[in-house]
Design a protein around this ligand. Structure first.
Ligand code: NAD
Length: 388
């Protein structure tokens, strides 16, 4: 796979149009297909607008923008993808529909073409199983917005060819992306390790320890996160965030560590999805009064630490289970969701014994498996080791 490889993108929605832009920006000819013709037309019109803005801002010359758009060919028939060397699928998150698409695609494309899925929550292995040659299938998980966020999780399925992850990573680096390689497990790195950022914050709120504005304030001012958990859930959409949480929990065979909350479920049931519906945890109507944070510096520090230690524990567990290397776990959280620091590095700075004793205290107090410390954390403390 190199610049001469024609890239097919299937699904011209939020992710597909962004991925098409990234591939064209890297110099590839791109074929963009969607089951709905209007989706392709809308994506092409949207990309033209994006190019205009980039030209206006002086980030791209008018000629370069025109050339970039010229490299993206709209397709209204799947057969038009026949000449692609790499096809990236970004259609609806439905295993049955994705499997059928991959089987149809395989009948069209060259014997050595690579098929990638941008799935967030499905098993790459399960999608690949629809193909006669599952060794050519890989997960390439981009983050939204794909042209802006550098991270790509490269996820080989059980049957993926041994070289495919390395080849795919090289291509992503050529696209100016930051690839990390991770095991085909629920949530990959980011959507798994980030769960406590939302879940533990909601738990603190549910227990009445602090209100949302105070928790958001603590995470930003003490933790250095760009957004607080409740603000971020409102931005992502409570429906989307709740679905990811539920899917990860179910996929881990109902491990209590990932259990969703009634608080968020009620938000979804009320239609309080966040910014997109004008109401979420906060109100977004014109003139809406925003709650102000309360509590003193100690309260803020305690709140932030409880969430942070849960995040650290999840990162440690991902490392323990060989989901990815320590560098890739840390890279994923800084490049995919803008965390101020890699969690394993952060753990070293805070002291692993300190992290462990907080988790043990929480586990003793609540008696819940949710707070069980990762064996790697225990072992590291016992052997006086750090993560780096
Ligand atoms: P979207 O709804 O914006 O776009 C999906 C597009 O796929 C639609 O235009 C739809 O018409 C088209 N489509 C549906 N079935 C099709 C089929 N059988 N053949 C061709 N086209 C079909 O969705 P999205 O947010 O871009 O998500 C797409 C994929 O990317 C999903 O697997 C999702 O999990 C994943 N993803 C989403 C995000 C995100 O933040 N939105 C981030 C990373 C990964």
């Amino acid at each position: 796979m190199d610049k001469s490889t024609i890239i097919g993108v299937i699904g011209a929605g939020t992710m597909g149009s962004g991925i098409a832009q990234v591939a064209a920006q890297a110099g590839h000819a791109v074929v963009l297909f969607d089951a709905r013709k209007e989706a392709v037309d809308k994506a092409i019109a949207g990309l033209a607008k994006t190019m205009d803005k980039l030209v206006e801002k002086g980030k791209l010359t008018a000629d370069a923008a025109k050339a970039l758009l010229g490299r993206i060919a709209p397709a209204h028939d799947l057969k038009q993808l026949a000449g692609c060397g790499l096809v990236i699928e970004a259609i609806i998150e439905d295993l049955g529909i994705k499997k059928k698409l991959f089987a149809d695609l395989e009948a069209l494309i060259a014997a050595d073409a690579v098929l990638a899925t941008n799935t967030s929550s499905l098993s790459v292995t399960a999608i690949a199983a629809a193909c006669k040659k599952p060794e050519r299938v890989i997960g390439l998980h981009f983050f939204n917005p794909a042209p802006l966020l550098p991270l790509v999780e490269v996820v080989p399925g059980l049957a993926s060819g041994t070289e495919l992850a390395a080849r795919s990573s090289q291509l992503m680096a050529l696209w100016n992306k930051t690839p990390v390689i991770c095991k085909d497990t629920p949530g990959f790195i980011v959507n798994r390790v980030a769960r406590p950022f939302y879940g533990e914050a909601i738990r603190i709120f549910e227990e009445g320890i602090a209100d949302m504005a105070t928790i958001d304030h603590a995470m930003k001012t003490v933790g250095g996160f760009k957004m607080g958990p409740f603000e971020l859930m409102d931005l992502i959409g409570n429906d989307t965030n709740f679905t990811v949480t539920k899917t990860v929990w179910e996929s881990f065979f109902y491990d209590p560590r990932y259990r969703p909350s009634f608080t968020q479920q009620r938000q979804v049931e009320a239609g309080w999805l966040g910014r997109k519906t004008g109401r979420g945890y906060y109100a977004y109507a014109d003139g809406a009064i925003q709650p102000t944070p309360s509590g003193n510096a100690q309260v803020h520090a305690d709140i932030c630490w409880r969430v942070l230690v849960m995040l650290i524990n999840e990162a440690a567990e991902a490392l323990h289970m060989g989901i990815a290397s320590r560098e890739d776990i840390d890279m994923a959280m800084t490049k995919g969701v803008n965390y101020p620091k890699g969690l394993l590095k952060w753990a070293d700075e805070k002291g692993l014994a300190n992290c462990l004793s907080t988790l043990e205290r929480l586990q003793a107090e609540y008696g819940e498996d949710r707070y069980r410390p990762s064996p790697l954390l225990r072992r590291s403390v016992r052997e006086s080791k750090t993560f780096y």
